[in-house]
Design a protein around this ligand. Structure first.
Ligand SMILES: [Zn+2]
Length: 114
């Protein structure tokens, strides 16, 4: 895709992001993501008392659901922090190598494009 279109999509995306509700965390016991969940929800999968995976809709609007591993021995892996208001922060950033190639951070429940 050409760079201008990509830039435009990100500019519009972050602008619209200001009006989106914060991402909220829903904790689910089990090992699979629900078939469908709201766009502003980040699913935190817990198995045996340990959070091991997080799932969310790709914020670019492509419709894909992204799943990031949180287990200590996974590679690559992410760290999920949930603040006192229930807003998630994911570290490091999410960078999709295929399809929409979105690259963004989730901090305090907000999406920040790189
Ligand atoms: Zn996408």
């Amino acid at each position: 895709m050409n760079r201008l279109v990509l830039w435009w999509r990100k500019a519009v995306g972050s602008f619209c992001g200001l009006f989106n509700p914060y991402l909220t965390v829903r904790q689910i016991e089990g090992d699979t993501l629900p078939k469908s969940f709201p766009k502003n929800q980040l699913i935190y999968l817990i198995d045996d008392g340990e959070g091991w995976s997080a799932g969310l809709h790709c914020p670019c609007g492509c419709g894909d659901i992204l799943e990031v591993p949180l287990l200590h021995d996974a590679s690559p892996k992410w760290r999920l922090n949930i603040d006192s208001k229930g807003r998630p922060t994911l570290h490091p950033s999410i960078w999709r190598r295929e399809k929409c190639r979105s690259h963004f951070w989730i901090r305090g429940g907000r999406v920040y494009w790189c």
